[in-house]
Design a protein around this ligand. Sequence first.
Ligand code: FNR
Length: 213
Amino acid sequence: MSIKIVALLGSLRTESYTKKLLLYTQQLIQQNHKDVVLEIYDNIGLLPFVNEDLESDYYQNNKDVIRFKDTLRSAHGILFATPEYNFSVPGVLKNAIDIATRPYNDNVLVGKPFGIISSSPGVTGGIRSQMAIRNTMFAFGGFTTGYPEFILGGAYQAFTPEGTLKNEQSTQALNTYINNYTSLVRKNLQPVSKENTATDVEKKSKENKDQTN
Ligand code: FNR
């Protein structure tokens, strides 16, 4: 059975160091965990801001929202890869988490083990962002691995031009984190939905357009 982990990236920057870290993580998973696929969901910047006045509309009609929730629904685990903004989680990622948890009876994160990796140019490696995500995920019974966390400090100097980590100890620490997290996911496998409601919405909006033309 193939295990699917969906990764959400907390930086929209093209040259993001956290993205480099996530791509390297994907490579290590491919090498060492043949039964696991890490899919990077790269479009959280397209999601609307949470607004309870509008949610009955965007959960029904917004393709980006529906595609995002379908993707999470099909995952056995969720991996957050994040920088730290002002000692906390970047707003774009917090908004994506909030979108995923609504409406109340359709929180697509519930029951899925989550993991977090973070990076920062400083020595703290984004750990406060990790704590903010944990706190948020605990709002609905989220669970994750304990010690050791994986943080990458000194991110601006950390990568080779090929995108691997220069420091062997950092790679070992990342592999340890991946091993712990994937085994948590394996132990908590639940049936996942493969529903693709985004195509239905696309079809519906095309039909509506055709009717008005
Ligand atoms: C930052 N940065 C930052 N770094 C950190 O270690 N702790 C912090 O609290 C903050 N705060 C912060 C706020 C805002 C609004 C920005 C834009 C940046 C610096 C940040 O770590 C740096 O820009 C990273 O390079 C961002 O990650 P990516 O985009 O390279 O993945």
